[in-house]
Design a protein around this ligand. Structure first.
Ligand SMILES: [Zn+2]
Length: 383
């Protein structure tokens, strides 16, 4: 059974390598050996370390693996948004939990609050109708317990660019009551302005305090740098950058500086490494500088993502690192081999190759998120 699973996994990870090899006239003859797409071009002559790949896959099934930022699990499939994660993929790859963001179809939203609450209802309905072994969890204890059972775990997050509060802090409680446990702060004009000219507004400060009070995770990924730092300082609870990468390695405007990363981690926050190739690979970033569309950028390598883990370990320590694919969003341009969630064991494979211990891998792949969520809940004053 295990051998079968490994074989099918090899087929999945080798698919791109096969097409790359057959399309590249420079890679012919006896020198060609298949490698998972995650292996860098510099190591195309390496063969897969099958034993280590098996170990990576076994480990993925033994530990709690959590994707801390995704839009895709319940998103309707379309040409623009192909299926990157479903429950059978999760089970095959040993992924236990996903933070699923709503609204599910941001481009079709007319009345943000109504549409968001309807989407959350629909998610719960679908779980019931399809008889899925899935728990929508509301706290870290449920999350930790369910990750260890054979059911998948969904935590609901909220991220929308056109305003979801309508200038009313009371809206946060409505989302909380519907099951939302993470909110991404994003720019919007009018009464929902959270920051102006890089500065947090009074409404922004009040919102952060309300998130703290309720025990909702505050995600600052989409804010400008100075506003990010102000939230870190204003917030009683630790905050998350759920899908980003280090500017110190790749100078993308979307990546976080060492100063922000250190400040966030010093207050108990965490960083989910995102999958967008333009934030992970300097050559993809350079293409983007030359005007190549985001969805045509060369895909990064899994090694680029693991370089981020190496770098962040030095800057913030292993306990502050997680994985946030942003599937269905920028993660549609994920590194080779990580086009779907089935590739998650490849991250473990490359971490094993670099000598990370099982304990360190367990932290990055899921445990850090659960512990971070616990730290957020400790600060709630909700009775
Ligand atoms: Zn997102």
């Amino acid at each position: 059974m295990k051998t079968l699973a490994l074989l099918s996994f090899l087929l999945v990870v080798c698919h791109d390598a096969v097409s790359r090899v057959s399309c590249d006239p420079g890679l012919t003859g006896s020198a060609v050996r298949l490698s998972p797409p995650g292996l860098s071009t510099a190591s195309t002559t390496d063969s897969i370390d099958v034993k280590m790949l098996q170990k990576a896959q076994d480990l993925a099934h033994r530990i709690s693996v959590i994707d801390c930022h995704s839009h895709n699990l319940f998103q309707p499939e379309s040409e623009a948004r192909p299926k990157q994660a479903d429950f059978s993929m999760l089970q095959g790859a040993g992924v236990n939990g996903v933070v699923q963001f709503v609204p599910l179809n941001a481009s079709g939203v007319k009345n943000p609050t109504d549409d968001i609450l309807r989407d959350i209802k629909e998610i719960r309905q679908r779980i019931r109708d399809d008889g899925l072994k899935v728990s929508v969890v509301l706290n870290s204890r449920e999350m930790a317990t369910s990750c260890k059972s054979d059911s998948s775990v969904v935590l609901i997050g909220l991220e929308y660019f056109k305003g979801i509060f309508d200038g009313d802090i009371g809206q946060v409680r409505r989302y909380y009551d519907a099951g939302v446990r993470e909110i991404g702060l994003v720019r919007r004009g009018g009464s929902d302005s959270l920051f102006v000219d890089q500065n947090l507004t009074g409404f922004g400060v009040a919102l952060v305090r309300e998130l703290n009070r309720l025990g909702i995770i505050c995600d600052i990924t989409h804010m400008p740098e100075s506003a990010q730092q102000q939230v870190i300082d204003v917030s009683d609870s630790p905050v998350i950058l759920s899908h980003t990468a280090a500017f110190g390695l790749v100078k993308s405007e979307f990546n976080a500086t060492d100063a922000t990363l250190r400040r966030l981690a010093a207050r108990g926050g965490m960083i989910g490494i995102g999958f967008f190739s333009g934030q992970l690979s300097n050559s993809s970033l350079a293409e983007s500088g030359r005007g190549v569309a985001w969805d045509k950028l060369s895909r990064a390598k899994v090694e680029d993502l693991v370089d981020q883990i190496d770098y962040l370990r030095k800057i913030v320590g292993i306990d502050a690192i997680g994985i946030g694919s942003d599937y269905g969003g920028s993660g549609r341009r994920a590194p080779e081999g990580l086009e779907t969630i089935e590739g998650f064991p490849l991250i473990i494979y490359h971490m094993l190759k670099r000598g990370y211990t099982e304990n360190e891998i367990e932290k990055v792949m899921g445990v850090n998120f659960i512990r971070f969520f616990e730290r957020v809940e400790k600060k709630t004053t909700l009775k």
